[in-house]
Design a protein around this ligand. Structure first.
Ligand code: BJW
Ligand code: ZN
Length: 254
């Protein structure tokens, strides 16, 4: 099997202390979770603007609530793939290693990664839009099932929504600030399985390069980011990342 890393990448990895990784739906594709914008992605069956905005939730609460309930049940049954597990191992090789994920599926945590910044929230969490009371996935399901209209409501009467970030909503301030700090300080920045189309997440790799990081992209296809990368690794992350782990181990032990 030919090597993934060229000499420049090897040198940068050898000297790196701080590594930051941005992940998107592509890293979970091999676990069986559909991506958003590929041809078999979620958005081909449902328009994102229809389902992934507060207006949609407010106007079509039962439909949006059911969509999230179904996705949550898929995610609950889903296991991390070799890509997630390899990242959890790569984390141990560097002094500082942070995963900034756009995914709401919690698979990095299931795979054993420790430093994870979930910038678009987590599908297992829910809260009341009025009194902000938190609801677990199980509590949400009970309320959803027992409501005749399938409109999940809190004791206070407010709607219960998933704790995720929809289009037009601001990302949690401290979370996104932390993500940008990691990007600014990174020696190496990986962009993995993301179309890099959704802001502000798509600004993170650019910020990293502007601050001197070596940018490595892992994707099945070309993205908006590809022209800016120092190294592009084309293929499924579930195959590339385990090989990358081996190459990193070799570089750091030689
Ligand atoms: C593989 C693979 C394998 C496949 N291995 N690779 C113009 C108009 C309207 C809005 C805007 C605009 N310009 C900017 C905006 C703002 C908007 C935005 O960026 N829109 C763009 C679409 C243009 N952003 C926002 O609204 C954000 N908030 C914000 O900006 O606040 C300020 C503001 C307020 C008011 C007005 C304007 C600004 C919030 C964004 C929230 C995004 N939320 C979602 C849903 C989360 C909850 C949920 O999951 O239900 O986040 S949308 C969706 O996209 C989800 C994802 O996290 C996100 C990114 O998608 P991702 O992960 O990149 O997936 P894909 O499918 O796009 O790509 C998969 C990739 O994997 C592909 O490249 C494949 O090739 C690859 N792949 N298999 C490796 N095995
Ligand atoms: Zn409430």
């Amino acid at each position: 099997m030919s090597e993934l890393l060229n000499n420049q990448a090897k040198e940068r990895i050898y000297g790196a202390r701080k590594v930051a990784v941005l992940t998107g739906a592509g890293i979970s594709a091999e676990s069986g979770i559909p991506t958003f914008r590929d041809t078999d992605g979620l958005w081909t069956k449902f328009s994102p603007m229809e389902l992934s905005s507060f207006e949609a939730f407010y106007n079509n609460t039962a439909i949006v609530a059911e969509w999230y309930k179904k996705r949550r049940h898929i995610i609950e049954e889903t296991m991390p793939n070799p890509g997630h597990y390899a990242l959890a191992e790569i984390e141990k090789k560097f002094q500082y290693f942070d995963i900034i994920t756009q995914n709401i599926d919690g698979l990095h945590s299931k795979a054993g990664s420790n430093n994870i910044i979930e910038i678009h929230g987590n599908i297992m969490k829910n809260y009341c839009i009025d009194c902000k009371k938190k609801y677990s996935a199980k509590e949400f399901d009970t309320i959803y099932e027992t409501s005749v209209s399938h409109i999940p409501r809190c004791n206070c009467g407010g709607l219960i929504r998933p704790d995720v970030v929809w289009f037009g909503e601001l990302l949690p301030k401290q979370t996104i600030e932390k993500a940008f700090q990691k990007a600014e300080k990174a020696d190496i920045f990986f962009s993995i399985g993301t179309s890099a189309m959704v802001r502000p997440a798509s600004d993170l790799p650019i910020t990293a390069i502007q601050n001197g990081a070596f940018l490595i992209e892992i994707n099945m296809k070309q993205t908006h980011l590809s022209d800016y990368t120092h190294l592009q690794l084309n293929g499924p992350s579930g195959k590339i990342l385990p090989q990358l782990l081996k190459e990193i181990e070799k570089i750091l032990h030689d």
